[in-house]
Design a protein around this ligand. Structure first.
Ligand code: PMP
Length: 289
């Protein structure tokens, strides 16, 4: 495997950055998780736009133009001869002295692109649906660290994930500090009620997920009414269907939340229809390499 670091490709064993990089020392940086299917990078522009938005918000200068960044990604994929890949794209503040002030980073920002194979949730979960549990770790409040910024600071999500796995569940439902449904640790959440589709608005602590937006687009195309709407756990418990969305997970059905059975306890009709449409889209849309 070849890893891109600041314009050069290195063998996996040689792909290293400094222990003084502020990405490592302070989580000072931004990232994206991007997927390619059959040599097509899915929603590349959307991921790149979000990367630059996250960087802008934390006053991090990305030392490449968007066009150069896209080329770096597609070249890395070509070099790795991967037809289907999961990519981790990272930009850190770079190397600097100890102390969290970004002005201590005199070197350039570090750009890293890792192209690897994807590890999905087990196939059984896509067929039968998964169970999730609400955890007590709330999603970061936007005034503290906005969940829209996809930063290297993922401890909020990791703490929630640990809580879920400690209780024997794969995924955690995170509420915001007002107790409204926000999202899961690495996925957005949707519910179906009376054949209409609901997902929490971004201001409730949900990432503006690329898959979330894709699912909303597909639903609109299928003439399904969509709502970005505030909801509580009660509305989730009494929903007819529930699913999660994310680049890695795609669309994964949820059949139990906090031991409450959702709908008929199996992946719902609308969920299955959206999963099918999403699969189709990944086969034909994307940037070729
Ligand atoms: N929420 C969080 C916290 C995430 O980290 C992610 C991405 N892994 C998502 C939602 C899903 O976003 P996307 O569809 O853009 O992958």
């Amino acid at each position: 495997m070849k890893v891109y670091i600041n314009g050069k490709l290195y063998d996996k064993s040689e792909a290293k950055i400094s222990v003084f990089d502020h990405g490592l020392l302070y989580g000072d940086g931004v990232f994206e998780g991007i997927r390619s299917y059959n040599r097509l990078v899915f929603k590349l522009k959307e991921h790149i736009d979000r990367l630059y938005e996250s960087a802008h918000s934390i006053m991090l200068k990305i030392p490449l133009s968007k066009k150069e960044f896209i080329e770096a990604i597609t070249n890395t994929l070509k070099e790795n001869k991967l037809e289907d890949a999961y990519m981790r794209v990272i930009v850190t503040r770079g190397e600097g002295d100890l102390g969290l002030d970004p002005r201590k980073c005199k070197s350039k920002e570090s750009v890293i692109i890792i192209a690897d194979k994807i590890t999905l949730y087990p196939e059984k979960l896509y067929k039968e649906g998964m169970e999730i549990i609400t955890v007590s770790t709330t999603r970061n409040a936007h005034e503290a660290l906005n969940p829209q910024i996809k930063s290297l600071n993922y401890l909020n999500n990791i703490m929630a994930k640990i809580e879920a796995t400690n209780s024997g569940y794969e995924e955690a439902l995170m509420l915001n500090d007002q107790g409204y449904v926000a999202e899961c640790t690495g996925d957005n959440i949707f519910v179906v009620r009376k054949n209409e589709l609901y997902t929490p608005p971004e201001c409730m602590g949900a990432l503006n997920g690329v898959t979330r937006e894709t699912v909303l687009d597909i639903a609109r195309r299928l003439k399904i009414a969509t709502h970005e709407h505030v909801f509580t756990r009660h509305e989730l418990y009494i929903s007819e269907e529930c699913f999660l969305t994310g680049t890695a997970a795609e669309i994964i059905p949820v059949v139990k939340v906090d031991s409450r059975v959702i709908g008929e306890g199996k992946p719902g009709k609308m969920t299955l229809a959206l999963m099918k449409e999403f699969k189709e889209l990944t086969k034909k849309e994307g940037v070729r390499y």
